[in-house]
Design a protein around this ligand. Structure first.
Ligand code: GLN
Length: 375
């Protein structure tokens, strides 16, 4: 008997595997294909010969926890206690899973906004709680009326993802005002804020939960060094939460992983001394602009992209196929892999939209765009 009867292999694995099998250019799963900063690879090479290979303390390597507190302070002017409010995790995925497992109980409800990233629902189901999936508006802004209708006395948590995967949308001051109004009616509801793309925003500034006063005592914030430092395979990130919540999260963390791999933690603690995360937005803005320009004469209609490294595109003037079929044919017939947006919806709503990842070197973007413009 399956505990997750409706779960199948993630669309990211399916599309990456298919891309490899057909030798297609992989713009599906979100990961960069350019080299990692040499300052970071030099640090890790040097560290390999040092005494950094044993367990770190359970919640994280203390100098890294200090660096995370410093990063939150310099980025958002928020002071947090590294010892009691920070947890180093094996990627944001583990931060999300661990926080839900620690805080959501059987019978609770968790509001998830669709299209939604795929790792929110399963931990909720494993807690015997109920995911309540609410669609965003067609322009991907939150519909606060329908969100309010989805809230009840059973609501334990709402998950927000800002900047948003797959749509690239970011939340506004007005959204946080609406959230505050809603949460004032539900004093026990928590917020899980997935901000793995926090440093990848373009024209508009990212508004982090760290800067929202009413959230500070009820929000779990999750981030990923994988996104910020182009090292998705290292699987390292962090979670910040007020002490009363973090105490519970740590109880689960210590039995799920105990501690995260030591050498990455030490390396990142050193790297944070030299890297400037504030440059990331500009770097990806140039990629976004270049990719959009390359596709200007294609038959794809590109949607607005305010942040993340994903570009949503409509193919209505190309094909009437559903988006999963279209993505498969895009690989087999045209040599480019993308992600069908319907897979981010609980009802698999097909809007003929697909997602491209533009975290690629320019040669890859050019080669992909050439193929896409020929369709
Ligand atoms: N977050 C990545 C994406 O959206 C995928 C990560 C994964 O494969 N689990 O493409």
């Amino acid at each position: 008997m399956s505990k997750l009867p409706n779960v199948t292999t993630s669309i990211f694995s399916v599309m990456s595997k298919m891309a490899a099998e057909h030798n297609a250019i992989n713009l599906s799963q979100g990961f960069p294909n350019f080299p990692v900063d040499e300052r970071l690879t030099d640090i890790i090479a040097k560290l390999a010969k040092e005494n950094v290979h044993q367990y770190t303390p359970m919640a994280g390597y203390p100098p890294l926890m200090d660096q995370i507190a410093k990063l939150v302070y310099t980025s958002y002017n928020r002071k947090i206690n590294p010892e009691s409010e920070v947890l180093v995790t094996a990627g944001a995925t583990q931060g999300i899973f661990t926080s839900i497992l620690a805080l959501v109980k059987s019978g609770d409800e968790v509001v998830i906004l669709d299209p939604s990233y795929d790792s929110y629902e399963s931990p909720v189901l494993l807690c015997h709680a109920k995911p309540v999936r609410v669609a965003l508006n067609d322009d991907y802004t939150p519909n606060w009326e329908t969100i309010e209708k989805a809230f009840s006395a059973k609501t334990k948590m709402i998950i927000i993802n800002n900047p948003h995967n797959p749509t690239g949308k970011i939340l506004t001051d007005e959204d946080f005002l609406q959230l505050e109004k809603l949460l004032s009616k539900y004093p026990k509801a928590l917020v899980l804020s997935d901000e793995v793309y926090e440093y990848i925003t373009f024209e508009e500034k990212h508004i982090s939960a760290h800067t929202i006063e009413f959230l500070l005592d009820r929000c779990i914030m999750v981030s990923s060094f994988g996104k910020s430092f182009h090292i998705t395979g290292w699987k390292i990130g962090y979670t910040v939460a007020p002490e009363y919540l973090m105490k519970e999260i740590k109880k689960v963390h210590q039995f799920l992983v105990f501690s995260v791999n030591s050498i990455s933690q030490v390396a990142i603690s050193h790297y944070l001394d030299v890297v400037d995360v504030q440059l990331l937005g500009k770097f990806y803005q140039e990629k976004r602009d270049y990719f959009q320009k390359l596709l200007q004469n294609s038959r794809f209609e590109l949607k607005p992209c305010e942040g993340t490294y994903f570009q949503v595109a409509s193919y209505t003037s190309i094909s009437n196929d559903d988006d999963v079929t279209f993505c498969k044919k895009l690989i087999t017939d045209h040599g480019v892999a993308a992600i069908p947006i319907s897979t981010f919806y609980s009802d698999h709503k097909d809007q003929k939209l697909i997602r491209f990842c533009f975290a690629k070197d320019n040669l890859t973007l050019e080669a992909a765009a050439k193929k896409l413009c020929e369709i």
